[in-house]
Design a protein around this ligand. Structure first.
Ligand code: FE2
Ligand code: FE2
Length: 235
């Protein structure tokens, strides 16, 4: 499957577009945001665990990144409430489950081969830093080889500078309403902007909380081998 896997194109998914489909595991469904590959795939998804559901024990050959959006996610190493940020590096394994149900952002096969750091951050207990303009605060989550991931909180009516995403940018809106000159994105919206794209984002009366990753498009991550160009898939 190749879904939003042409990283030279902008991709936007709004919460009204969500269609959850069953995964191979009972009680676990997913809304695919981007995907390159078959059941083993370089994939970005919103994943829902029904109460009492679990996944079989598995190894993350290409690494796994998780942000817990709602509920409590668990594995044999711990319980991770909403706001938890997890990185399970290539070669790691676990058996995840959720006692009362949860919703996750999951990114698979998006690690550099050299990124071996295991992370479990409870973002509710971290110190936020001031951002580049008044009204912004930033909680850095991870940085490796030019790829940076953070949570950014936008106070109401915050105006950011026009900027260029040299290595691309990916945003999941977690709370409020995020805006730029191309649209308005309520909580649940996913926006992936290509390398060298530009925009001028801002917020209105609601403010916003966003997950943002930059520098990862074309960065040579493990799962890039699953990406087929348009030419290769056209008969
Ligand atoms: Fe996993
Ligand atoms: Fe941006």
């Amino acid at each position: 499957m190749q879904l939003n896997s042409n990283f030279s194109q902008r991709a936007v998914i709004l919460p009204a577009d969500y269609k959850f489909v069953a995964s191979p595991l009972a009680g676990v469904s997913r809304m695919m945001l981007d995907r390159a590959g078959a059941e083993v795939a370089r994939a970005t998804s919103i994943v829902r665990y029904d109460a009492g559901s679990g996944y079989s024990s598995h190894t993350h050959d290409g690494g796994e990144e998780i942000l817990v959006l709602d509920g409590v996610f668990s594995d044999e190493h711990g319980d991770y409430p909403a706001g938890s940020y997890l990185r399970n590096p290539p070669g790691s394994s676990h058996q995840p489950f959720s006692e009362n149900g949860c919703t996750l952002l999951v990114k698979l096969w998006q690690f550099a081969a050299t990124d071996t750091q295991q992370l479990a951050i409870n973002t509710d207990q971290q110190q936020w830093r001031p951002g580049l303009v008044p009204g912004l605060s930033v909680l850095p989550l991870h940085e490796h080889d030019g790829v940076s991931t953070a949570l950014v909180r936008w106070a109401p009516d915050t105006q950011f500078n026009r900027h260029i995403h040299v290595g691309g940018e990916e945003i999941l809106v977690l709370e409020g309403l995020f805006c730029d000159e191309y649209g308005q994105y309520p909580a649940g919206s996913w926006i992936r902007s290509p390398r060298y794209s530009q925009h001028t984002p801002f917020t209105q009366a609601e403010g916003a909380l966003i997950y943002v990753k930059v520098g990862h498009l074309g960065a040579g991550l493990l799962g890039d081998k699953f990406i087929q160009s348009e030419q290769e898939t056209t008969p």
